[in-house]
Design a protein around this ligand. Structure first.
Ligand SMILES: *Cc1c(COP(=O)(O)O)cnc(C)c1O
Length: 952
């Protein structure tokens, strides 16, 4: 017997659900005998073979972990006092283990199906309550992407709502974080907004502005009293947004109490690692009157079918990107997982704990400042929270050199000054080390103990917070680890995530997020690096990002990649900006028309708007394909002004359109650029490459195709790939070679989750990735074939095959039985499934994308559920089940309904155990069907009092 001694790569087969024998059986169902045969039939002739996945063979899980460990080791962790919006903090261990590293939390989808999302919705409602309490503004959303983009959202928000309609000027304080100002400039330019950056203390005339952004405390550390200034802005009809530090707000008068209309900022220091810049949750809070204009998602309280309180996403139709051309923001994926961490950090520490953390940091900073003054240094602030600016004059460069020799990072401000910020992890030894660093040679250091007993708060008395924080019981109950652990478990148990069931979401690719991919994310070498640490300390990240860029170029056929955009929507934005800058560089300023097929995802038109383009919608034909003649006509009509086409491939209808090359050609012939939305890349990797069949730029959703988990609605990464002519126009950053055009706060966006994609590609290798795409196509076609006799499959290619997803048309059933897509989606919950995507891209349909990670058993279980549901619908059609009082209309059924009186004409067994296999391991939804209309009419977006729960 011979034993193979080389390490086997077990990973490909672990990532892919179906076993070899299943694969053959499924292929046989479709009439194929090989995967190659199937993909040859699905991929159009004209683009076949465009992908050459020039990647090394996949490594085993153990080997890949060792490889990435070696990369991580090249990051150097120094003592860091840079601050500037990013602070060291402690992720409480029970939150690290039971939330951040727990698939029940990180593999969940965006809570569009509220009945199976009550746990994370509760946690997000806690987040909104936290933000609302700390900022003193009544309405907060459930996170934005980062502080800088939140500031940009605040700017356009002020523009829309300000009564100074004729103004196009926005005032931004020079005391804002520099990365925030950079993103504001990027976002303002295409909209024709002029950003005026100046010191507000020297501002004589406020009348030119529709709005203003202030930073509190200021980036340099000062705590300014903005009350008078806010009044001046208001009297000139301008709105005021304040970027505020959440921890400082536990001690300071909140923006809502000094008149701010909007507060934005980062929740990073509430337990989220620095991660070289992200992902972190940003927040956005505003007045009640402005709530319907809020960007991002908002969790609200409603009731379920039984009148019991239930949470859901409020005003979903108001969600900006869903409003397409009328949208004012393109944000879709946000930062839910990170918002949940921040919210649990507040739940765990409670108001007293948070105040204590803040007071300790402030006291240490005050001691530090006193000592520095005693040493003869010039501290510029008299009133500060945790940050100081030192005027170090000509000594500045020498001090940075000395600091580096001691492995200490200080903030680089300019040639004459340096900055330092203390944080939750700082202690006495940090203060003494900083004194020792900054003292002259041989100078005696101050006596810490003596200063500690005399120094008092430097916060201005008039700005000391009087209002209480976090009085809601949820922030005062779970302060022991046992209690918190059980609270996290209880919430997770309410939800359906990938750890319990397939989530067959068309367009959203909910595939395996393998444990080996996730493990490096919480390593200190990736987690504890500051985004603005000196470049020589981030060699590991530099290797990781360089290699990942090369991997993604290989996967897409593009020439260069930017990893900066922190969601697909931001990738779209960066991509359109690149196209715009390219046209401008050629003197083609008039090119501002963006053609978008009617089937596009809502972020596409929303993004085009933000990039200052005019959207022209083109038609789709009866098969769901782009109507090429309509497209041609519009491209020709607008050829003088054509900037771009945004097209999703394979189409949002789940089909590889054969005309894609022709379509790209029409756009190029008329002077436009082609943006291929890469959200459906899971059907293409290794089979065809957008950069080779006509695309000039694409975004990828690493949280779809490349295994970053959805986190319940974020984080995400939306890198863009471009052809070489667009490379000069990729996003830059003050910390990068190209300084202009940052689209988010940190140079590599959500850097700390990039290891997930690196690991995935490293383990799969070229062959594995191609196999994954083939299996994704096989699984989708298998489902389509098994279900087509029960539900019509809406679109397929000319060969009768779909790509990696399929759309089931339920509209005829609605006609014949009154049963809607909603009823079917909710009934699936009784079977223990998360619903497919509902009514996108076509109303009244379900879009199913199984992904390659689902086994044949799971696909069969899903098909069985769908077939059972079809039987039930048939009974409704035939009158065997009542038209109104039936298991579909009443779904999902809760455990509470099973006890007590049962009045329905169908049995309890049919309600909750429609298939026998459910008796073992039944999922019980905690609430019945949620009433969206009620919640939108009675909008409540913070934790209701416990009493109101009890009353209900
Ligand atoms: C998901 C998706 C987007 C938006 O990506 P986010 O990461 O959610 O911002 C854009 N286009 C399509 C087709 C998508 O499916």
């Amino acid at each position: 017997m011979t034993i193979n001694l080389s390490t086997a790569n077990e990973f490909i087969a672990r990532h892919i659900g179906p076993r070899q024998a299943d694969e053959q059986a499924m292929l046989a169902t479709l009439g194929f005998d090989s995967l190659e045969g199937l993909s040859a039939s699905v991929i159009p002739q004209s683009i076949k073979g465009t992908s050459v996945l020039d990647l090394p063979d996949g490594q085993s899980e153990a080997d890949a972990l060792a490889s990435i460990k070696a990369i991580a080791a090249k990051n150097q962790l120094c003592k860091t006092y840079i601050g500037q919006g990013y602070y060291n903090c402690h992720t409480p261990s029970p939150i690290l283990r039971n939330l951040l590293e727990n698939p029940a939390w990180y593999t969940a989808y965006t809570p569009y199906q509220p009945e199976i999302s009550q746990g994370r919705l509760e946690s997000l409602l806690n987040f909104q309550t936290l933000i609302s309490d700390l900022t003193g503004l009544p309405i907060s959303n459930a996170s934005l992407l980062d502080e800088a983009t939140a500031a940009a959202e605040a700017m356009t928000f002020c523009k829309r709502l300000s009564k100074n309609k004729s103004s196009h000027s926005f005032f931004a304080s020079s005391h804002c974080h520099p990365q925030t100002l950079d993103v504001l400039r990027t976002r303002a330019e295409p909209l024709g907004i002029k950003v005026v950056v100046a010191d507000e203390r020297e501002l004589t005339d406020v009348s030119p502005f529709f709005g203003a952004l202030l930073q509190y405390p200021a980036s340099n550390g000062d705590v300014f009293d903005y009350r008078e200034l806010v009044e001046r802005f208001h009297s000139a009809n301008a709105l005021v947004a304040v970027a505020a530090d959440l921890l400082a707000l536990t001690l300071l008068t909140p923006p809502g109490e000094f008149g701010a209309d909007v507060a934005i900022g980062s929740a990073q220091r509430f337990g989220v690692p620095l991660g070289f810049g992200g992902p972190h949750a940003a927040y956005f809070a505003t007045r009640d009157t402005f709530k319907r204009d809020m960007p991002g998602r908002l969790v609200g309280v409603s009731v379920d079918r039984h009148g019991k309180p239930a949470l859901r996403l409020a005003m979903q139709t108001r969600e900006q990107h869903i409003r397409r051309e009328k949208a004012t923001s393109n944000i879709c994926t946000a930062q839910v997982l990170l918002a949940n961490i921040a919210s649990m950090y507040a739940v765990y520490h409670g108001p007293k704990g948070l105040i204590q953390i803040a007071q300790r940091i402030h006291q240490l900073t005050a001691i530090l400042a006193q000592g520095l003054s005693a040493l003869g240094l010039t501290v510029e602030q008299e009133q500060f929270f945790d940050t100081l600016t030192l005027n170090t004059g000509n000594n500045t460069a020498a001090l940075h050199t000395k600091a580096h020799a001691r492995q200490i990072n200080l903030r680089v401000i300019d040639g004459q000054r340096l900055g330092l910020s203390l944080d939750e992890t700082s202690g006495q030894s940090d203060v003494i080390a900083l004194w020792a660093l900054l003292a002259a040679d041989g100078q005696a250091l101050p006596d810490f103990e003596a200063l500690a007993s005399t120094v008092t708060s430097t916060l201005p008395p008039a700005l000391q917070r009087q209002s209480p924080i976090l009085s809601h019981p949820v922030f005062n109950r779970y302060h022991s680890e046992t209690e918190l652990m059980r609270y996290l478990r209880r919430l997770a148990d309410k939800d359906l995530a990938l750890d319990r069931t397939m989530i067959p979401l068309g367009s959203c690719t909910m595939k395996l997020n393998a444990a080996s991919e996730m493990i490096p994310v919480t390593w200190a070498e990736f987690g504890n690096l500051h985004p603005f640490a000196p470049a020589e300390q981030s060699l590991g990240y530099q290797q990781l990002t360089t290699e990942l860029e090369a991997m993604l170029c290989a996967a897409t056929g593009y020439d260069a990649i930017s990893l900066q955009p922190n969601a697909g929507s931001q990738g779209e934005y960066a991509g359109l900006l690149a196209i715009r800058a390219y046209h401008h560089s050629r003197g083609d300023e008039r090119r501002d028309i963006c053609l978008i097929p009617s089937s596009a995802h809502g972020t596409n038109p929303a993004t085009a708007n933000m990039a200052g383009m005019r959207v022209v919608v083109t038609a789709c034909d009866a098969r769901g394909n782009v109507d090429i003649e309509d497209l041609r006509a519009k491209a020709i009509e607008h050829s003088d002004h054509l900037a771009a086409l945004m097209i999703t491939y394979p189409s949002t209808h789940g089909v590889f359109e054969e005309g894609i090359r022709e379509i790209c050609g029409i756009i190029h012939d008329n002077g436009g650029q082609v943006y291929i939305d890469g959200a459906n890349m899971n059907a293409m990797v290794g089979l065809c490459a957008p950069g080779k069949f006509g695309g000039d730029v694409s975004h990828l959703n690493l949280h779809k195709t490349f295994c970053i988990p959805h986190g319940g609605g974020g984080p995400g990464v939306g890198p863009i790939g471009v052809k070489s002519h667009l490379t000069p126009f990729l996003p830059g950053h003050a910390a990068m070679e190209r300084k202009e055009g940052a689209v988010c706060a940190a140079p590599f966006g959500s850097a700390s989750i990039l290891p997930i994609t690196w690991m995935y590609i490293r383990m799969m290798g070229g062959e594995g990735l191609k196999r994954a795409s083939q299996l994704a196509i096989l699984n989708a076609n298998y489902i389509a074939r098994r279900l087509e006799e029960h539900y019509p499959v809406l679109y397929s290619g000319s060969n009768g095959l779909v790509a990696h997803e399929c759309i089931l048309d339920l509209r005829p059933l609605k006609e014949s039985s009154g049963i809607s897509v909603d009823d079917v989606a909710k009934r699936l919950i009784d079977f223990g499934f998360h619903a497919p995507t509902m009514s996108f891209p076509v109303a009244g349909t379900l879009m199913i994308e199984p992904t390659e990670s689902e086994s044949k058993e799971e696909l069969d279980r899903f098909c069985q559920a769908m077939i059972c549901i079809r039987e039930e619908i048939r009974e409704v059609e035939s009158g065997g089940l009542d038209k109104e009082d039936n298991p579909l209309k009443n779904a999902p059924h809760t455990a509470a309904e099973m006890i007590g009186e049962w009045t329905h004409p169908y049995s309890r067994e049919q309600a909750v155990y429609p298939v026998a296999s459910l008796i073992e391991g039944k999922y019980w939804p905690p609430v019945g069907r949620v009433d969206n209309v009620f919640g939108d009419r009675n909008l409540i977006c913070a934790c209701p009092s416990i009493e109101s729960y009890q009353e209900a």
